[in-house]
Design a protein around this ligand. Structure first.
Ligand SMILES: Nc1ncnc2c1ncn2[C@@H]1O[C@H](COP(=O)(O)OP(=O)(O)OP(=O)(O)O)[C@@H](O)[C@H]1O
Length: 647
């Protein structure tokens, strides 16, 4: 048999090529035990889901790793990139820790079933992978609870207890059981997410690393977000089930025929497949929040989950993502009749501001003021510490996600200190719809204004400083083509295409789109993603169009501006008219629209500019909150309460 290593089912053999020392049941927190100093193991995942474990020596660099991958996968080095979060690994592997997942992408993406396969070579590949069925990727003290679960699952697998595929949801998910046959964990492989190559429910079509269901969350990256939500849930305040990232091997996992197999080979379903996946404790429950009236939900539980959702900018808190467990001897309305368990945090921490989705916004509990304990918890939140912790625990996380975390945590802290309730804060973060037009949220309007003020200040300081001719020429060129973005790391430039702020993701989008164009050869369907004006122009537009927020109700938004909205296969530039008004609250209308509009970019700022931006942001918040208290907010609140009293 000539195996194809592009397919995860061949992982076992690929791993054997590189493993020299792996032989434990699972490695979990034994990260560096038994390894000579400088030795690390990494898991390289190809863009079609194949997972390859590689032992690194002190002398290894990105080139030598790719050389070894070339041998195993038959992929030319110059046509592939090795990435780790924001970093495209060019040379040294500093910062790549033991058990880190890396992504190997082909620079020229071919997505058709005729994709040349990455084929393994060599007879030694026939050896077995010696690593355990479950390997924990990174592990802090917080994963102690989950380690026992991992052990129980491994034992059950060895005893032949089969996992059960989960039928609900859009992505592939599996209940793993203990030796008594009880479900104890839910495992969601990253290459089975919606749109990912091995999605078992028909939602395929993208490679790992490309924009996904939400364009600001890349395919294959929901797993580490699930872990981030758990790690940020200090003191188990919101009740997020313990979650870790694992490399897990089992034959139950799904591999789509035709995606990973050249020459129409058929996947042997009895063969074990290795995947990178989130592994979450299974919580026995009675129903989810969509099945039941909300009156039995304790105020504190709703508040705690809401606070978490705001911090992590959750774009997917629909009622199905709140499990409900009935408690005996509950005390009635808003009493402790039920326990809420928030799940499915794969679409939190987007790389740019999106429209969040907070189901609880419509619940009366969200309009009850925060308790003293809750206010204390919020006051003690520290977004810088949170970001540092996530960088440490999940080094693959994008800086752009951390900016969203910092911004929304500051927003929560300032809003709660001002006296706003959960529903008001959630509403200020949510976009409005008028007809089919989407408008920026109040939070986004503040951000747009803060960026304008920062840009203005930069213009002044440029005017004040004597500049040499080369620099002047640089800015002239920039005005012609691109915004001036000093110190901008390329991968920070999320959201806008065209110009010097193009990022990896936008390039990927472009290559995908170009490919689609080639593929379909549709006349006139050329996607113009460059319709967003370059940043310099954008600032001018925003400054022309956005009235100063000082002393003005922030609910009176930018009167008119341009935005770029990709609509399926074409992108339209449209003019938005806005003014104050009531939120339509119609999710169904929302869902018909492309959920990809980016009104404000946080990721393209250099460090200094970002610091300045946060200062301006905080300064503007007070008037925004006052506007909310005195303006349209009250009216909306009545509407919300009137619509949601479903007891
Ligand atoms: N920790 C858990 N404990 C018990 N059941 C769970 C847990 N996590 C998920 N489930 C169950 O598995 C189902 C699918 O999980 P989940 O919603 O996370 O998957 P998904 O594919 O991301 O779904 P969606 O399409 O709604 O985003 C849930 O509806 C729930 O019934």
């Amino acid at each position: 048999m000539s195996p194809d290593l592009d397919s995860p089912v061949q992982t076992q053999m690929a791993v054997a090529v590189f493993n020299r020392t792996l032989s434990s049941e699972y490695h979990g927190n034994k990260k560096s035990e038994g390894k000579p100093a400088g030795r690390r193991r990494v898991f390289v995942q190809t863009d079609t889901g194949c997972v390859v474990a590689i032992e690194l020596d002190r002398g290894d660099n990105a080139h030598t790793v790719k050389r070894r991958l070339q041998l195993a996968l038959n992929v030319p080095i110059e046509e592939s990139s090795l990435t780790f979060g924001d970093r495209v690994l060019k040379n040294d592997l500093m910062g790549v820790r033991n058990d880190s997942p890396l992504l190997l992408t082909r620079n020229f993406l071919h997505r058709s079933s005729s994709t040349p396969c990455l084929s393994p070579t060599g007879r030694e590949l026939q050896q077995r992978d010696q690593s355990g069925p479950i390997e924990i990727l990174g592990c802090s003290s917080q994963c102690l609870r989950t380690k026992q679960l991992v052990k129980d699952v491994v034992k059950a697998i060895k005893n032949g207890v089969e996992p059960i595929p989960v039928h609900s949801g859009l992505g592939g998910a599996y209940y793993f059981r203990n030796s008594r046959g009880e479900s104890i964990a839910i495992v969601k492989p990253t290459d089975e997410e919606p749109f990912a190559p091995n999605n078992p429910k028909g939602f395929v079509g993208k490679a790992l690393g490309q924009p996904g269901l939400k364009r600001s969350v890349r395919v294959g990256e929901t797993g580490f977000r699930e872990v981030a939500a758990y790690l940020l849930d200090y003191d188990h305040f919101a009740n997020v089930p313990p979650t870790i990232l694992v490399k897990i091997t089992h034959s139950v996992f799904h591999v789509n025929d035709g995606v990973n197999y050249a020459n129409s080979k058929v996947h042997d379903r009895s063969q074990a497949v290795s995947k990178i996946a989130s592994f979450q404790q299974f919580i026995p429950h009675d129903f989810d929040a969509s099945d039941h009236g909300t009156s039995s939900f304790p105020v504190a539980a709703v508040h705690r989950i809401g606070m978490l959702d705001i911090r992590i900018f959750n774009t997917d808190r629909h009622a199905g993502n709140l499990l409900v467990r009935k408690l005996l001897g509950g005390t009635g309305r808003f009493g402790a009749q039920t326990e809420l368990i928030p799940i499915d945090h794969g679409l939190c921490l987007p790389e740019s501001l999106e429209d969040p989705y907070f189901e609880w916004i419509h619940w009366p509990q969200a309009s009850i003021p925060f308790s003293e304990d809750e206010l204390d918890y919020i006051a003690n939140l520290d977004p810088v510490r949170d970001s540092d912790m996530l960088r440490m625990e999940l080094p693959m996380i994008h800086e752009a996600c951390l900016r969203v975390l910092v911004l929304s945590t500051i927003f929560l802290k300032e809003a709660a200190a001002f006296g706003l309730c959960l529903a008001e804060i959630g509403e200020m973060m949510s976009r409005e719809f008028r007809g089919m037009e989407e408008e920026p949220s109040e939070l986004e309007v503040v951000c747009i204004e803060a960026r304008r003020l920062v840009a203005e200040r930069e213009v002044f300081s440029l005017e004040a400083e004597p500049v040499d001719e080369d620099v002047t020429q640089f800015y002239i060129d920039c005005e012609d083509a691109e915004p001036a973005m000093p110190n901008v790391p390329p991968s920070y430039n999320f959201g806008f295409k065209g110009g010097c702020s193009r990022n990896l993701l936008s390039k990927l989008e472009e290559s995908l789109e170009e490919e689609e164009i080639n593929h379909n050869n549709e006349k006139g369907s050329v996607e113009e993603f460059t319709c967003f004006p370059p940043a310099c122009d954008r600032f001018t537009n925003v400054s022309k169009l956005s009235t100063s927020l000082k002393g003005v109700s922030l609910t009176e938004k930018t009167p008119q501006y341009l935005l770029c909205v990709p609509k399926g296969n074409d992108t339209t530039v449209r003019t938005n008219n806005s003014g104050s008004g009531l939120q339509s609250g119609s999710r169904s209308a929302k869902e018909q629209l492309p959920a990809s509009t980016s009104f404000v970019n946080l990721a393209d700022m250099g460090e200094e500019e970002w610091g300045l931006f946060l200062e301006k942001f905080k300064e503007l918040l007070y008037s925004a909150f006052r506007g909310r208290k005195c303006g349209a907010g009250g009216q909306r609140q009545w509407q919300r309460l009137g619509a949601s009293c479903q007891f």
